[in-house]
Design a protein around this ligand. Structure first.
Ligand SMILES: NC(=O)c1ccc[n+]([C@@H]2O[C@H](COP(=O)([O-])OP(=O)(O)OC[C@H]3O[C@@H](n4cnc5c(N)ncnc54)[C@H](O)[C@@H]3O)[C@@H](O)[C@H]2O)c1
Length: 362
């Protein structure tokens, strides 16, 4: 590979256009080389914005003739694995969208294909690069977070007006990477081992299969996580919230702010109350003189998805250009994706406890 990565973007949908635009913000790292989409209208939108790239109706043709070093899979979740595998078989590096796979069988296949390929697979878990996740990791590195006992995490987004057909029946607990990826970044490699999940089904009668799904997950060393997804209930979203309870106190994380009650920081809060830390700009004033405040992170967080897409692309490029291992590899990708697939199985059986089995534990 030369000193810049020739990048192909599979898909010309909204997320593909967003990621292609981000690539162009990093000209020292990437050359946007090719894009693909079977849908003519989507392809035309891509061509209008990124005339320097070569466009293909077929992703197979892009992989064979596009002259790319790496691809990003901005295509529907049902075909992620198919195209990640096709790229890896051609030794083309992949930044694979989340959820990493759509079934347990795909998990087994992808695990095997990543081991066999000379190319790198990185899981595109941008929530792991959100300000709140980097902030949580910083608390941990500084020894302030403590030992995690229990976590509540929620992803609420009222999608009842979205017209895509697949959303009507989608089991929302399968969209778990945005909640579980950031948690797994804080658990020192402790993965989820069992899950029980229940659905409200369409209790409010809005024409969706599930208004909300709630799961309880367990790790091998007894961290308990309650995980809620609600995509068909009234709510101002998308809202991602996580409340972490440890032996040193409580950390509440939102995309835009954190709320802390931690033994190591109580001197900084009035009357020993919760300490509020804005994580994104927007007129927010911030407490001064606090060792946990990171101004660079705060500035970056004003960009799309809290700056997380750029951070992620930077890490992907750094690993590829400098021969480093994938910053978020296949094991991490499957560890944040498969629990949602087992949760859906549990919900179909009325909450039956399911052991979560990973390819590396078979
Ligand atoms: N990480 C995030 O924050 C985030 C945010 C939004 C979407 N996503 C993911 O990005 C992906 C795309 O999202 P979207 O909102 O753009 O979806 P979309 O369904 O609106 O667009 C997908 C596009 O892919 C095209 N397509 C289908 N099969 C293809 C193939 N084999 N090759 C090339 N193109 C193909 C479709 O024609 C469509 O234009 C999804 O997997 C979604 O989960 C991630």
């Amino acid at each position: 590979m030369s000193d810049k990565i020739k990048l192909g973007v599979l898909g010309c949908g909204p997320r593909a256009l967003q990621m292609a635009a981000i690539t162009k913000l990093m000209p020292e790292r990437f050359v946007l080389t090719a894009m693909s989409d079977p849908d003519e209208k989507a392809l035309e939108k891509g061509k209008a914005k990124f005339s320097e790239a070569t466009f293909f109706r077929s992703s197979d043709d892009l992989l064979d003739k596009g002259g790319v070093d790496a691809v990003i899979t901005e295509i529907p979740p049902s075909v992620h694995t198919e195209y990640v595998v096709k790229a890896l078989e051609r030794n083309i590096h992949v930044l694979g969208e989340i959820p990493a796979v759509d079934s347990i069988e795909e998990g087994d296949l992808l695990w095997k294909k990543v081991q066999e390929s000379k190319a790198m697979y990185m899981c595109a878990s941008n929530p792991n690069y959100r300000a709140k996740t980097l902030f949580g990791k910083k608390l941990k590195e500084m020894g302030l977070l403590g030992k995690i006992a229990y976590i509540d995490t929620e992803y609420m987004h009222d999608m009842r007006k979205f017209t895509d057909q697949w959303r009507k029946t989608y089991e929302s607990c399968r969209y778990c990477t945005h909640s579980l990826g950031p948690i797994l970044a804080l658990t020192d490699g402790e993965e989820f081992t069992s899950v029980s999940c229940m659905s409200t089904y369409d209790r409010i009668g809005c024409g969706r299969s599930h208004n909300a799904m709630a799961a309880i997950l367990h790790t091998q060393n007894n961290i308990v996580v309650r995980f809620l997804t609600a995509f068909a209930l009234p709510y101002k979203g998308p809202a991602h919230t996580t409340r972490i309870i440890t032996d040193k106190g409580i950390v509440e994380l939102r995309n835009e702010s954190a709320r802390l009650w931690l033994e190591g920081l109580n001197d900084f809060s009035a009357e020993n109350g919760f300490l509020e830390i804005p994580l994104t700009p927007g007129g927010a004033t911030r407490p001064s003189g606090l060792k946990i405040i990171d101004e660079e992170l705060f500035r970056y967080a004003s960009w799309g998805h809290n700056g997380s897409d750029i951070y992620m692309m930077e890490d992907f490029a750094d690993a590829l250009l400098n021969g480093k291992p994938a910053p978020i590899g296949i094991r991490e990708g499957l560890a944040m994706t498969l629990p949602g697939i087992f949760a859906a199985q549990s919900a179909r059986e009325g909450g039956a406890l399911k052991k979560i089995v990973y390819p590396w534990s078979k």
